[in-house]
Design a protein around this ligand. Sequence first.
Ligand code: PDD
Length: 289
Amino acid sequence: MIYLNGKFMPIEEAYIPVLDRGFIFGDGVYEVIPAYSRKPFRLARHLNRLQHSLDGIRLQNPFSDKDWENLLEQVIAKNEGEDQYLYLHITRGVAKRDHAFPVDVPPTVFIMSNPLLPPPAQLLVGGASAITAVDNRWIRCDVKAISLLPNVLLRQLAVDVHALETILIRDGFLTEGAASNIFVVKNKVLLAPPKSHLMLPGITYDVVLELAVANQIPHEIREISETEIRTADEILLTSSTKEIMPITSLDSKPVGNRKPGKMFTRLYMLYQQYKATHMRGHFPDAASS
Ligand code: PDD
């Protein structure tokens, strides 16, 4: 069951007009929110980021945070599975094709839920492979825009060679993955690229850094050079749907000793503990848990 413009319906019955600006221009934004034990994870942060994305494209938020929460709860209740991921999508609505914003047109609002499956155990134990590519996206990557063509093309480069992700490098420095954030570990220090307009401020990225602070894990938030990626002891990938995953091969070369490292194992365990706290009904920041 999905939500579309005020109604709940089976996804097979959901249609939008071809003049929707999401279809014509990719003119909209989205969010992906995991729900564990039917409770949205870090909802306030996702809704904050949604507001940031809407501000970035000058589209008014159709709902208050409370309304969003109610809607998401209803979508979760109408779908199967304790763990789901919610996909929210807002476009600038339906209007005659013209690049300029339409006047007085209601936005299209769509919410769906899909089962949230943990990453395959074989990738957590054995590690995953990634490739690198030049980050050729626009320079508002902090906006979670539905116009994802560059990300689609970049991610496909990885799929073409049976790798999990494409790690993006802009002007010699790490930005993020095509659909994830990336951390590097060197000499037992966790390195994270600083948030900027060149990357999506990941909600999972925040959890990892909060866990690092709370557990005295040495970390630095700073620019990471291509050389540092290529000589990393470990590379970690984070996203709402993949949580934390170890990257053990980069451009067909081993990362460290080609096995998931100590930093990955530690953060993975801490992340699972943090999730369990959330599922028991507490919603602390990792730093205070
Ligand atoms: N993508 N960077 C990009 C470009 C992303 O698309 C994503 C997530 C992230 C990680 O952000 P978060 O931890 O908040 O999920 C970083 C989602 C899962 C997607 O598009 O399906």
